[in-house]
Design a protein around this ligand. Structure first.
Ligand SMILES: *Cc1c(COP(=O)(O)O)cnc(C)c1O
Length: 374
């Protein structure tokens, strides 16, 4: 029976054989009894929780299944997931990455990995010719974030996969914003997908986590598997359990986030105090056609640019009542943030606010924006 993603997400773990519990128990034990036979252990045998844990195994298999990958590794955060991938590369390897990307990942590359001999070239990934021009014989990894954060630019995943593969490089897509519900990078040719579970997957602002998903179990996937277990940046059983619970309602939450975000984007795009709205599924987006082709929904993240500059942006944040001034996105509460103030060495426009549309009623959110902009 080929089940749709909503159904697979609900049936994402087995009934507990010991108790019949529908919700899996949380296995906090760090160590497991095993039989001493003097022979090599069965690889399925639980031994130590850094190596494997039932809650982590359940989350990993559900994430691989939803993303259409062969295997997944749950890591302590989205950032640690990216760092694990970088650590599995070798000195002298070259990376090509989006010039607009989650700023913490850029700091990893520039501050910590460059001195270890990993060089990165940043390009505007909305221009595939720029990507092709940046490729070198030693390029091992191409990193796409689409939509990007906070400029909400898109990149053509299938086109980038073709270029990466022409050079025997792997394509990694950060699918945190769209999630597998709205966009399937592996179906479009990506080799690796990284997702911060902290955002839409867990979905309630209460879990820090990340996952690395591989299209195939190849040599690099095996290297990451060992690095995760030996390096030890694995996700805790409780956070795995919470993320797996969040996953069950992801499809419906993302649909609601997306529908509300489109309504808010339409309201703001017409507002005289707003210079521009950046939202993938709003017709004013310069890559609207690509958004229609590549994304099922627009997700809940957008950026807005105010006509009256930085002060007007900060004033708007402080006048809003339902939108909390806070970082992150993908949870139940609507959040708004002046990115330039919190990004180190930011090149983000000073009049930009990043907005995460939560699960409040869109009419209430629009009414709050209307009063705050008046
Ligand atoms: C939040 C985020 C990350 C980092 O994830 P953490 O779980 O906060 O470490 C990486 N990429 C994107 C696109 C993100 O939004």
């Amino acid at each position: 029976m080929s089940l749709r993603p909503e159904t697979r997400a609900v049936h994402n773990s087995k009934i507990d054989p010991a108790s019949g519990a529908i919700v899996p128990p949380i296995t906090l034990s760090t160590t497991f009894e095993y039989e001493t036979t003097g022979m090599e252990q069965d690889p399925e045998q639980l031994i130590y929780t850094r190596w494997q844990n039932p809650n982590r195994a359940a989350l990993e298999s559900a994430m691989a299944n939803l993303e259409g990958g062969a295997v997944a590794h749950a890591i302590s955060s989205g950032s640690a997931a990216m760092l694990t991938v970088f650590q599995a590369l070798r000195p002298g390897d070259h990376i090509v990455s989006s010039d607009d990307m989650y700023f913490g990942i850029r700091v990893q590359l520039n501050e910590f990995l460059a001195p270890w001999g990993l060089e990165t070239t940043y390009v505007d990934m909305s221009d595939l010719d720029a990507l092709r021009a940046a490729m070198r014989p030693e390029t091992k990894l191409v990193i796409l974030e689409t939509p990007t954060n906070p400029m909400i630019r898109l990149a053509d995943i299938a086109g980038a996969a073709e270029i990466a593969h022409d050079y025997d490089a792997m394509l990694l897509v950060d699918n945190t914003v769209a999630t597998p519900v709205a966009q399937n990078p592996i179906q479009l040719g990506a080799d690796i997908v990284v997702i911060s579970l902290t955002k839409y997957i867990a979905g309630h602002h209460d879990v820090l986590g990340g996952v690395i998903i591989f299209a195939e179990v190849d040599e690099f996937a095996e290297r990451i598997n060992r690095l995760a277990r030996i390096g030890g940046a694995v996700l805790s059983p409780f956070n795995c359990w919470l993320a797996l619970r969040g996953l069950q309602s992801l499809s419906y939450r993302l649909r609601a986030h997306s529908e509300s975000a489109l309504q808010v984007a339409c309201f703001l795009a017409e507002h005289p105090k707003i210079e521009r709205v950046l939202y993938p599924r709003h017709p004013s987006h310069p890559q609207y056609d690509l958004a229609l082709r590549q994304m099922e929904f627009g997700s809940g993240l957008m950026s807005i640019l105010l006509k009256d500059g930085r002060d007007a942006a900060i004033q708007l944040v402080n006048r809003l009542q339902l939108f909390t001034s806070a970082t992150s996105f993908g949870g139940t509460h609507s959040l708004i943030e002046h990115r330039e103030s919190i990004e180190e060495g930011s090149s983000t426009p000073a009049n930009l606010l990043r907005v995460s549309i939560g699960l409040e009623h869109p009419a209430d959110l629009i009414a709050d924006l209307r009063q705050a902009l008046a």
